[in-house]
Design a protein around this ligand. Structure first.
Ligand SMILES: O=C(O)[C@H](O)[C@@H](O)[C@H](O)[C@H](O)COP(=O)(O)O
Length: 255
């Protein structure tokens, strides 16, 4: 699978990073909507939803054309404090007019059976994108990811068997080292077929892991395995604190 080299953009402050990220998302949605009348986006949990807040002040955003999914979600009720959906609602959806029916949550009726829960979410993707067959993958316009201090991304953790999943689009995990333990997650077949994937990583606490992930991809940490197939492109939005030890070349941000 041929993949373009990642583009790493580093910013001196958190606000410069999040403003650039907002410009980037606005451009991605504009291009997608011009081409096919909608914008398919996947979000993660952690610090990411809060980093989207400058988008609320942007003009020219066609919110009603957005179709929003979760790159990973915790297997908890939608109003549980651990829910990524609740986090995104509080930090992002409450500030922007995305129609409720365009936000694709897990089905809370299926929380007792993780296999059914992940299968149902996969069906939601199949419904949005295409019939699933061996030659086709969903092509998200944009997947936004965070990275944990162990190099995990979405709910793909170091050494976990899900790292070699090649068939399922959405899988479940019962033993996440980051609580809560039960989650569903996009697999690499989905992440690595997106048109654009962007990591958003900030803060000194991510220095060592960011260096390993970018400078030693051969170690195979989950975040290093994110390499969207050409013509897909991978971007890293990082701050100078997180990037302090990284040798991988940085690219000035331009739209
Ligand atoms: O729901 C989750 O737990 C996430 O999707 C997870 O993959 C997160 O993005 C990283 O752990 C980074 O989290 P921070 O941005 O808070 O460091």
């Amino acid at each position: 699978m041929v993949a373009a080299a990642p583009v790493v953009c580093s910013f001196p402050t958190a606000s410069k990073l999040t403003e650039a990220l907002a410009d980037f998302v606005v451009k991605a949605q504009k291009e997608a909507i011009e081409k096919k009348g909608k914008f398919t986006l996947a979000l993660s949990g952690g610090s990411l939803p809060q980093q989207l807040s400058p988008l609320a002040k942007r003009s020219g955003v066609k919110w009603d054309k957005w179709q929003v999914f979760y790159a990973d979600e915790r297997a908890v009720p939608l109003d549980d404090p651990d829910s990524n959906h609740l986090l995104c609602t509080n930090e992002f959806y409450s500030k922007v007019p995305i129609p409720k029916e365009n936000i694709h949550t897990l089905d809370p009726a299926l929380l007792d059976d993780l296999e059914e829960l992940s299968d149902a979410y996969e069906k939601e993707l199949i419904h949005e994108f295409a019939q699933k067959d061996s030659a086709r993958f969903p092509v998200f316009d944009l997947i936004l990811l965070g990275m944990g201090p162990d190099g995990h991304t979405a709910s793909l953790f170091p050494g976990h068997e899900l790292l070699s999943e090649e068939d399922r689009w959405v899988a479940y995990i019962e033993d996440s080292p980051k609580p809560p333990p039960k989650r569903i997650t996009f697999t690499y077949p989905v992440i690595n077929h997106a048109a654009r994937v962007a990591f958003v990583v900030a803060g000194e606490s991510k220095q060592d892991i960011l260096k390993t992930v970018l400078d030693k991809p051969e170690e195979g940490l989950p975040a290093s395995r994110v390499r969207p197939a050409a013509p897909g492109q991978l971007y890293w939005f990082v701050d100078d604190a997180a990037a302090a030890k990284v040798n991988y070349p940085k690219t000035p941000f331009k739209l």
